[in-house]
Design a protein around this ligand. Structure first.
Ligand code: PNW
Length: 464
């Protein structure tokens, strides 16, 4: 910790400090209280899809342990907690019948949070699509967007009197391209046309849900993206800059332009038209997608470098049509995910969004890192400890980068660390630990890592 930049920095008054999680990654209890199956249940039970055959069946058992988990949040001094609602708990078949026991759970969670003075920030969709909707085409079907808006209204009707901040989707880039393009996430399809169609229906679902939430009186409505900080291997190469433009189009502008400028970019549509006839785009959709938002969530972990290299394989199903572009192997300091650690890219990314899409407040809704944490043997107190200086350094560097963006005029409202708890890291199963709190899965014991103690002090001081 001594190696950290000692320069003290303070965040603006009212800056929101918190942590984030997602339903399928922490809740467990997948068969309880009428919850229906989701695409992640199906996917994780398909051999070869998730590391070691891990599933979310137990996860952190948060469904039963939420009172002590909220107590932990209070102990850390969190002001906000971002969690997702599991659609298949609310509508087990994806549409129609509502399961009251599912709503009851989030009702209790929200009351517990508010009782501790912690602001709930709801994500309505963090990837656990009801399997029944996938069976009818999932996000490649326009109907899914409409059902999503129905579901959003159902959840708001129950919790809207106590929850102010509502975000629709988490990282539609992952849901569309990893789910339907590369197939490394559920539902595991590998079809570029499906991926691009899913992008549109996710955005449409966002717009319809945003409209419904607004009509129901939600005060803050937003969406969370994982915009890529795309950088050229050689900044002086025009060809590398052209590669940046394409990848930026497929990852960032395809979402940000319709959301915040009301139109898909022409160059991106032209690219997409190589794979689909664009029949899924209907008159009025862009207007729906551009429903005004009050908050843009930014999830950031690592930069994306690209270079123009004739013959290079490109980004595969996650970036359809990028043959001739190389995504080089990450270099320098890496996290356990193999992701580069480059805080400057966060400053640049936030500044770019604020410049090109002015007027919408930003919040870092996820930032954090997986490292090879080890629970140190129990001390006399029996508590144990988890030294994670590497995570502290990562968080410190990225908080300084966020602060630098604020100093450059970016309207950044808060920072939510990913994640509160070690959890089910999607295709990586439980082997990658992102938590500031260690979870000993066999016993379900929680142990604050050093980074959790450190974060509590950061929050207390409103700075570093
Ligand atoms: C995000 N990628 O996922 C999610 O919002 C979290 O649920 C997740 O646990 C966290 O980041 C850490 O991975 C991503 O391959 C998963 O580019 C994969 C990618 C990006 C984000």
């Amino acid at each position: 910790m001594n190696s950290l930049d000692p320069k003290p920095i303070t965040f603006p008054e009212g800056f929101v400090w918190g942590a984030a999680t997602a339903a399928y990654q922490i809740e467990g209890a997948t068969g309880e209280d009428g919850r229906g199956p989701s695409i992640w249940d199906t996917f994780s039970r398909t051999p070869g899809k998730v590391y070691a055959g891990d599933t979310g069946d137990m996860a952190c058992d948060h469904y039963h342990r939420y009172p002590s988990d909220v107590a932990l949040m209070a102990e850390l001094g969190l002001r906000a907690y971002r969690f997702s609602v599991a659609w298949p708990r609310i509508q087990p078949a994806g549409s129609g019948a509502v399961e009251p026991r599912g709503l009851d759970f989030y009702d209790r969670l929200v009351d517990e949070l508010r009782g501790q003075g912690i602001d709930p920030i709801i994500t309505l969709y963090h990837w656990d699509l009801p399997q029944a909707l996938e069976d009818r085409g999932g996000w490649t079907a326009r109907e899914t967007a409409e059902r999503f808006a129905d579901y959003a209204a159902v959840v708001h009707r129950r919790l809207g009197d106590r929850v102010g901040t509502w975000t629709t989707l988490n990282e539609p880039w992952c849901a569309a391209y990893l789910g339907y393009g590369s197939g490394v996430h559920a539902p595991g399809r590998q079809d570029p046309a499906a991926a691009f169609t899913a992008v549109h229906h996710l955005l449409l679902g966002h717009g319809l849900a945003a409209r419904a939430l607004r009509a129901a009186g939600a005060s803050t409505v937003g969406i969370t993206l994982n915009p890529a900080a795309v950088r050229p291997v050689d900044p002086d190469s025009a060809a590398d800059q052209a590669a940046v433009r394409l990848v930026d189009g497929l990852h960032n502008r395809i979402f940000l332009d319709p959301l915040l400028r009301g139109r898909y970019p022409a160059d991106v549509l032209e690219h997409v038209a190589r794979f689909t006839d664009l029949a899924h785009l209907r008159d009025g959709d862009e207007q729906t997608i551009a429903a005004p938002i009050d908050l843009l969530g930014v999830n950031y972990y690592s930069p994306t470098y690209v270079a123009d290299r004739p013959g290079a394989a490109g980004g595969g199903g996650a970036y359809p049509g990028t043959e001739g572009i190389e995504f080089p192997e990450p270099t320098g300091p890496l996290t356990e995910m193999g992701w580069m650690i480059e805080p400057d890219s966060l400053t640049a990314l936030l500044a770019r969004i604020a410049r090109d899409y002015p007027g919408v407040p930003l919040m870092i809704t996820e930032n954090g890192a997986a490292f090879a944490d080890k629970l140190a043997p129990d001390t006399v107190t029996g508590d144990g400890a988890v030294p994670d200086a590497d995570r502290i350094a990562y968080l410190d560097g990225h908080l300084r980068a966020a602060h630098a963006a604020i100093a450059r005029g970016v309207d950044l409202r808060g920072y939510l660390v990913w994640s509160l708890l070690d959890n089910f890291e999607w295709a990586e199963g439980y082997r990658k630990r992102f938590g500031i709190v260690y979870v000993d899965y066999p016993s379900q014991r929680r142990v604050l890592k050093d980074s959790a103690h450190w974060y509590r002090e950061v929050i207390r001081r409103n700075g570093l």
